[in-house]
Ligand binder design. Structure first.
Ligand code: ADP
Length: 367
C-alpha cells in the first residue's frame, strides 16, 4: 500500500477559482517527490492540501490507506519549510532549533542532544549562539530546515525553500537537502518552479500546468520520454527545439529540405496526412555535418554563446529558429552556413492539435 494517496483531488477556492483539477498520485514511504511548474499552476495549493492547511474540495487524501481529508495539520505528522524562513528573530539558533521540542515538553537533555545532532548535519555547530540577523541567507535557511527535521515526522513538505538564496547558495543547499533526505529517509514533497532543482532532487517529478498534472515520472523519463509538448519544452535548458509543419505524403518541408517522417509516424502516417505536427529535437542531440540515419538540415548561424563546456549556437533553418549545443572547439562563425544532422532516434513528433507526443517506437527509444 502507498504511504500517501491522492485520489481525484480538486481545489476550488471560495471565489470559484478551480486551482487544482483531478490530481492523482501515490507516494511510497521515503520517496522524494517534486512538484514543478510555472508560477500559479497549483503546486502550493496541492502541497497545502497535503499539509492540512487548505481544505480539499473533492477527492480523497489517504495516509497509510486511512482517510485523512479531515485530519488537522498536527495529526498528519508533517513538518513544513516555507520560502520565508520564519525564524524567531529574538531567539538564538539553538533556541530556534529547540523551540518545537520545548513546546512538546521534551526532556532538556534529549533536546540538547537533538539540537547538536541536527546542527552537526547542517554545519551549524559554530553558529548555535548567534541570532538569525547575524546569519547569511543560506545559514538562515539551514536553521529553518533544521527546525523541520529535528522532530521525527513522517512527511517533510518544502515550498520553494531555496528561492531567497543566491545562485551559489542554492546549489550548496540543494546538495544538503539531498543529503538530509538520504540520512533521514523522510518522505519528502518539494515544490519548485526550477526544473534544475526538480531534476537533481526528485525520485519522481510531478509536472503541472494550470492546475492539471501533465506527467509523473523519474527525471530520466520526463527528459527522454516527455508525454507532451509542454513537458518537452519545460524540462531541459536550452529547451527542446520545435518546428511546426504540415504532413504531406509522410513528409514535412523545412526550407528546401524535405524530411520523410513516415518511418516515425509508422501506422499513423495516413492519419496525419494534411495535419500539423511539431518536429522536436534537443539542442544537444545534433551532430555538425552530414551523418547517416539522421535528418540533415542546412542552417545559418545567427549568434553563438561560448559557455566553456559547450557552445549554444542560435540558428535559422529557413523560417524556423533553433538552438544547437556544440563542442566549444567546433564553434561555427556567426553568419556562416552550416549543415547539421539529427539522428532519427533523437527526434520527437507531437500532435499539434492535442500537443501529445506521437508515441512511435523511435520517439520513445530516443536516448
Ligand atoms: P503555485 O504554487 O504553482 O505558484 P498556487 O497553488 O499558489 O500556485 O496557486 C494556484 C492558483 O490558485 C493561482 O492562480 C492562484 O492565484 C490561485 N489562488 C491561490 N490562492 C488562492 C485563494 N486563496 N483564493 C483564490 N485563488 C487562489
Amino acid at each position: 500500500m502507498a504511504y500517501l494517496t491522492l485520489k481525484g483531488i480538486n481545489k476550488i477556492y471560495p471565489n470559484g477559482y478551480h486551482a487544482v483539477h483531478d490530481f492523482n498520485l501515490e507516494i511510497e514511504k521515503g520517496e522524494f517527490i517534486v512538484f514543478v511548474g510555472s508560477s500559479g499552476c497549483g503546486k502550493s495549493t496541492t502541497l497545502r492540501m497535503i499539509a492540512g492547511l487548505e481544505d480539499i474540495s473533492s477527492g480523497e487524501f489517504l495516509i497509510n490507506g486511512e482517510y485523512a481529508n479531515d485530519k488537522g495539520p498536527r495529526e498528519r505528522e508533517i513538518a513544513m519549510v516555507f520560502q520565508s524562513y520564519a525564524l524567531y528573530p529574538q531567539m538564538s539558533v539553538y533556541d530556534n532549533l529547540a523551540f518545537g521540542l520545548t513546546l512538546q515538553g521534551v526532556d532538556e537533555d534529549v533536546i540538547d542532544q537533538k539540537v547538536k545532532h541536527v546542527a552537526h548535519i547542517l554545519g551549524l555547530t559554530d553558529y548555535l549562539d548567534r541570532m538569525p540577523r547575524a546569519l547569511s541567507g543560506g545559514q538562515r535557511q539551514r536553521v529553518a530546515v533544521g527546525r523541520a527535521i529535528i522532530r521525527k515526522v513522517g512527511i517533510f513538505l518544502m515550498d520553494e525553500p531555496l528561492s531567497n538564496l543566491d545562485a551559489k547558495q542554492r546549489v550548496t543547499m540543494r546538495a544538503e537537502i539531498a543529503q538530509i533526505h538520504r540520512e533521514t529517509g523522510a518522505t519528502t514533497i518539494y515544490v519548485t518552479h526550477d526544473q534544475i532543482e526538480a531534476m537533481t532532487l526528485a525520485d519522481r517529478i510531478v509536472i503541472m500546468k494550470t492546475g492539471y498534472v501533465q506527467q509523473v515520472g523519474t527525471p530520466y523519463e520526463l527528459y527522454f520520454k516527455p508525454a507532451n509538448l509542454f513537458v518537452a519544452g519545460f524540462i531541459g535548458e536550452p529547451p527542446m527545439n520545435f518546428i511546426r509543419r504540415t504532413v504531406h505524403d509522410g513528409c514535412i518541408q523545412i526550407g528546401d529540405t524535405k524530411l520523410d517522417i513516415s518511418a516515425k509516424l509508422g501506422t499513423l502516417t495516413k492519419t496525419y496526412e494534411g495535419k500539423d505536427v511539431h518536429f522536436g529535437f534537443r539542442p544537444e542531440a545534433i551532430v555538425l555535418g552530414k551523418q547517416d540515419n539522421a535528418y540533415v538540415l542546412d542552417a545559418k548561424v545567427e549568434l553563438t554563446e561560448m559557455l566553456g563546456d559547450n557552445t549554444n549556437v542560435y540558428v535559422n533553418i529557413a523560417d524556423a529558429n533553433a538552438i544547437l549545443k556544440v563542442n566549444p572547439h567546433d564553434t561555427p562563425e556567426t553568419d556562416s552556413d552550416i549543415v547539421f544532422s539529427i539522428p532519427f532516434d533523437r527526434v520527437y513528433l507531437f500532435d499539434s492539435e492535442t500537443e501529445n507526443v506521437i508515441d512511435t517506437e523511435g520517439a520513445t527509444a530516443a536516448v
